[in-house]
Ligand binder design. Sequence first.
Ligand code: PBG
Length: 299
Amino acid sequence: MPIFVMEGENKEEPIPSMPGIFRRSIDLTVKECKELFSLGVKAVNLYMKVSEDLKDNTGKEAWNKNGLMQNTIRAIKDALPEMVVMPDVALDPYSIYGHDGIIENGKIVNDATNDALARMSVSHAEAGADIVAPSDMMDGRVQVIREALEDSGFTDVGILSYAAKYASSFYGPFRSALDSAPKDNMEIPKDKKTYQMDFHNSKEALNEVFKDIEEGADIIMIKPGLPYLDIVSKVREAIDLPIAVYNVSGEYAMVKAAAQNGWLDNDKTIIESLTCFKRAGADMIFTYFAKEAAMILNR
Ligand code: PBG
């Protein structure tokens, strides 16, 4: 279950573009995690809503030992040691430009970004993360992160790599949840197409997957989900490593909007979609429906 966290205490804010999903302060996030765990949802993927004054072009708040992410990881692991905690690794929530990488002269600088992602990953591991989940799509970052984790003694921390992540319009509601959309600024790329993949292309997905496996990824992610099940199925035939699929925010919003209008049966649509991910070959599904699905299945 992906989870959005914000500063403060006893705070909960609904995300309008994702009905039923909230941003919560750490205390209420821990409470929510306890409920999730008791329902059978045993892994969470964490995203931070970072205040504007902490954002810059280096993303340095991302590896602050006492940052919102690091405090959240510690709080969840203290309360629920068995919950699998997977923090997101990418600079966009920390970037004044809303990009996953550092920008110089109007371009994303790949290798400097990798060093930042490695520092971020080590700080997550120090806080108690079980698996780091780089969603940034820089080239070579899995290897740089793997080496940094090993150098710091975190040989048991896993890497779930977003290997085939497409530049997609389906991420819209997520970007409004974190206020992390690329900013409208002539000096910077207006979209993420220089690092995320072109949706016309399927062969590139396999190359990206093989590269990430070679670099030391433990789990391979494909994203978005439902419109990309052909990719899931192709990758399933090619590799034996666990495959994760991300049922992204736009896919969630579509089902919710239709269900709220009475145009779709909410519960049946959720279970059907999730089953289709498994049919295509996913071992693991990242979905905002996780809690609801667990409640439906426990009935
Ligand atoms: C960014 C990131 C995104 C998502 C997860 N991590 C958005 C993006 O790439 O712009 C999207 C998740 C969703 O839409 O549910 N590193």
